[in-house]
Design a protein around this ligand. Structure first.
Ligand code: ADP
Ligand code: MG
Length: 243
């Protein structure tokens, strides 16, 4: 049996603004059901990398494949809505004029009954079943984030891109929602690229960490390998706040 291709593969991705390279020669891959954390300080190029994968940034060079299909290459540019990626950001902005159910059903294909089934299934999974007919403004921040998770997962994207999705939540809620998010995404078998500047979040959530600094990936490996064997002093210092 030949091993299946990783869900997400990036080769030699380079992005620049005004001639200044902010992402340099980044290569990585993520398998189905795996979480890769892109970890590094503010300004190191994490969001730009994510935006290039989503297709809303035009890189200088590099290749991106999703489920084995090239979506970016020397002569390829597949538009964002056709890449099969889901997005979750810090300001997860649900549509304020749509109910919880309609927020999740938005953009789903199929019969009305099939959509309703999928909405119910996902709302139950994020323990929000009784809010199916609620409006976004009636929900707390944590509840809105859970609906946003259900909405992002609903179309069954191959790849989920998450940019600091938990940083707006207060500490009390954060761990619970992190764990819940992981279990939903693992169950769906989605490949996850999670951007964060918080080492403990990466340690908690990642199967693999790519440590980024000033546009470069400086180290890649399993969380405890990186934690125990940081590549250099700066990497060690970055992890030193965790206890
Ligand atoms: P991170 O997400 O790691 O904080 P970003 O990817 O947002 O970093 O930014 C990387 C670098 O690129 C920063 O120096 C930032 O100022 C710069 N940058 C990001 N977006 C733009 C843009 N649209 N135009 C010019 N410079 C940008
Ligand atoms: Mg960012």
């Amino acid at each position: 049996m030949t091993p299946s291709a990783p869900r997400l593969e990036i080769e030699h991705l380079t992005c620049a603004f005004d001639g200044q390279q902010v992402v340099r020669n980044v290569s990585l891959s993520v398998g189905a059901g795996d979480v890769l954390c892109l970890l590094g300080p503010s300004g190191c190029g994490k969001s730009t990398t994510l935006r290039a994968i989503a297709g809303v940034e035009s890189p200088q060079s590099g290749k991106i494949r999703i489920d084995g299909t090239e979506v970016l290459g020397p002569t390829t540019f597949v538009p964002p809505e056709k890449r099969g990626v889901g997005l979750i950001f810090q300001d997860f902005a649900l549509f304020p004029h749509l109910s919880v159910a309609d927020n999740i059903a938005f953009g789903l294909k199929g019969t009305k009954a099939a959509k309703r089934d999928r909405v119910r299934e996902l709302l139950d999974r994020v323990r929000m079943g009784r809010y199916i007919d609620a409006w976004p403004h009636e929900l707390s921040g944590g509840e809105q984030q859970r609906v946003a998770l259900a909405r992002a997962v609903a179309p069954r994207p191959q790849v989920m891109l998450m940019d600091e999705p938990f940083s707006g939540l207060d500490n009390r809620l954060r761990d619970g929602i992190r764990d819940e998010t992981l279990s939903v995404l693992k169950e769906e078998g989605t490949a996850v690229l999670l951007v964060t500047h918080e080492p403990e979040e990466a340690m908690r959530m990642a199967d693999e960490i790519a440590l980024m600094r000033r546009g470069d990936i400086v180290q890649m490996g399993a969380p405890y390998n990186i934690y125990n064997n940081p590549a250099d002093r700066a990497a060690a210092a970055f992890f030193s706040d965790i206890n």
